[in-house]
Ligand binder design. Structure first.
Ligand SMILES: Nc1ncnc2c1ncn2[C@@H]1O[C@H](COP(=O)(O)OP(=O)(O)O)[C@@H](O)[C@H]1O
Ligand SMILES: O=P(O)(O)O[C@H]1O[C@H](CO)[C@@H](O[C@H]2O[C@H](CO)[C@@H](O)[C@H](O)[C@H]2O)[C@H](O)[C@H]1O
Length: 466
């Protein structure tokens, strides 16, 4: 198997174009239906091939084709022209598809090099999924693909792969409940925080984040893109979102869990501040930050008109922050998680919290996601999440979210030595920014959920941190 993954390379360009031409009609239909497709609502007008590698050359009724494909789409309304997002596709190729893989079928090309064969989503199939882990173990190189790993973590063979079925922005395969490989679907060249930050935390000895055991890179035109990260699987873990809602559904308090989560968040922040550069943000930078929040609000109001009546109140959260900066206040910024919510926190059966998914907001450029930011941004994300949990159930317990929010901040303060609530203007600005983001997110992806962030919008528009 190792031999197979190391022996192939880029297909010659004429063949690559044939390959893409034969897949084009299938992908036009299939790609926009995927949960992780970022360009929903705009037609795909064509594809170009960024890279192609036969990770498993077609033989004995099975092949694994690795493609990086750019999907061309017209710009979003009011947006500027864009070369199109690049997606990572792992395509299985078989002469005949066994019935168990029927749901994974993408289609059967009618012409070109794959004519008459079944092309399917390879991650559903244990055999090609196994080849990826083998390639990491073997530190293989296939065309532009580079499979690497941490020599100190043993990856034993024989781990049975299964594709995660959870709603995700990417795709993950669990190997024998020992490792989990996340394959990033929308790929961008450059250092990806989903690998960068867990590696930095592992080096700093922070055990709150699973230490990367392997990773998959692509070297393209002088730039490297991160395509996948393999991490230890937290066995028997439950995520904070399910746990918090479970307690609330039973009428139970979740403040002990929230306090422990606050401590875990502060541990990660402290480790990141020690491992990577921190900067001081003064008037200029904070005014830019507040202006960015205001701009996002204006865009959100255009996209979701029901925000309009609350816009002045929401805007005041951002002007209050700019005013404070104008008075000479400074803030320390550092690398943070960037998209922290209850769903990114896993509790092991022994009660330890782990934080996952350091990708940041995937829709933002890498440079922006990698910028140091005040840690209050992550704290605000978690505070929003407790509020989300409280409003996502039909019956609620009065004061439940407030108790969680207070406990989380207290736990954070116990470790960090500073309570996020002592900076209410910054916290309100970040909470408001997040709630506005959530309104747009829900309007686009889960319209039934829109009332949840809208409740917060009404509260935040009326609140005053001073
Ligand atoms: N190390 C891990 N151990 C156990 N489960 C994990 C681990 N990492 C991720 N998961 C599970 O996989 C899901 C998706 O992972 P995540 O990194 O959030 O992917 P995405 O960016 O695609 O949303 C998580 O919600 C969690 O249930
Ligand atoms: O997990 P992702 O990185 O894909 O984050 C996106 O989807 C989240 C929903 O799955 C969304 O989070 C919002 O809903 C959560 C409950 O489902 C809640 O815990 C969060 O607090 C709330 O923001 C997230 O905003 C979005 O970026």
């Amino acid at each position: 198997m190792t031999e197979a993954v190391t022996s192939s390379a880029h297909a010659p360009s004429a063949t690559r174009q044939d390959l893409l031409a034969s897949l084009d009609p299938l992908l036009r239909e299939w790609l926009p239906r995927q949960r992780w497709f970022a360009g929903k609502g705009r037609p795909v007008t064509g594809f170009s091939l960024v890279a192609a590698a036969e990770v498993l050359p077609f033989d004995a009724n099975l092949g694994l084709l690795h493609l990086l494909v750019r999907a061309h789409q017209p710009p979003a309304q009011g947006g500027t022209a864009h070369p199109g997002d690049c997606y990572q596709l792992l395509l299985g190729v078989r002469e005949t598809l066994p019935p168990r893989l029927a749901p994974a079928l993408i289609g059967r090309p009618t012409e070109g090099p794959l004519a008459g064969r079944s092309v399917y989503e390879a991650l559903h199939d244990p055999r090609p999924a196994d080849v990826l882990l083998e390639a990491i173990r073997a530190r293989a190189r296939v065309g532009a693909l580079r499979f690497e790993g941490d020599a100190r973590q043993e990856i034993r063979d024989g781990l049975i792969p299964r594709l995660m079925t959870a709603e995700q922005s990417n795709s993950s395969v669990v190997y024998g409940d020992t490792f989990i490989l996340k394959l990033l679907r929308r790929t961008v060249p450059g250092v990806n925080p989903d690998l960068e930050l867990p590696l930095a935390l592992a080096r700093a000895g922070c055990a709150r984040v699973p230490a990367p055991a392997g990773w998959i890179l692509a070297d393209l035109a002088g730039d490297t893109s991160v395509l996948g990260v393999l991490q230890p699987f937290v066995q028997g873990a439950a995520d904070g979102w399910g746990l918090a809602r479970g307690e609330l559904a039973k009428g139970e308090d979740f403040s002990r869990g929230a306090r422990a989560l606050g401590r875990a968040t502060a541990e990660v922040h402290t480790a990141l501040a020690g491992a990577l550069p921190t900067v001081t943000l003064g008037r200029g930078q904070m005014e830019v930050l507040a202006a960015g929040m205001t701009e996002r609000l204006e865009t959100a109001v255009q996209a979701v008109p029901s925000l309009r009546p609350y816009a002045p109140g929401l805007r005041s959260a951002f002007t209050a922050l700019a005013d404070l900066a104008g008075e000479g206040r400074t803030w320390t910024a550092q690398r943070i998680h960037g998209d922290l919510h209850l769903g990114q926190c896993l509790r092991s059966p022994s009660g330890e919290w782990t934080l996952i998914d350091f990708e940041g907001e995937p829709s933002k450029p890498l440079a922006e996601r990698r910028m140091p930011q005040p840690p209050a941004r992550d704290v605000a994300g978690m505070l929003r999440s407790f509020d989300y949990a409280a409003h996502s159930l039909t019956h609620t317990v009065p004061g439940w979210a407030d108790a969680c929010r207070a406990a989380y901040c207290s736990g954070y303060a116990e470790v960090a030595g500073r309570d996020p609530r002592t900076d209410p203007v910054l916290l309100r600005a970040y909470e408001t920014d997040k709630a506005v983001y959530e309104v747009v997110y829900e309007a686009r992806h889960r319209p039934d959920w829109l009332p949840v962030p809208m409740t917060a919008v009404r509260r935040l528009a009326l609140s005053d941190a001073s």
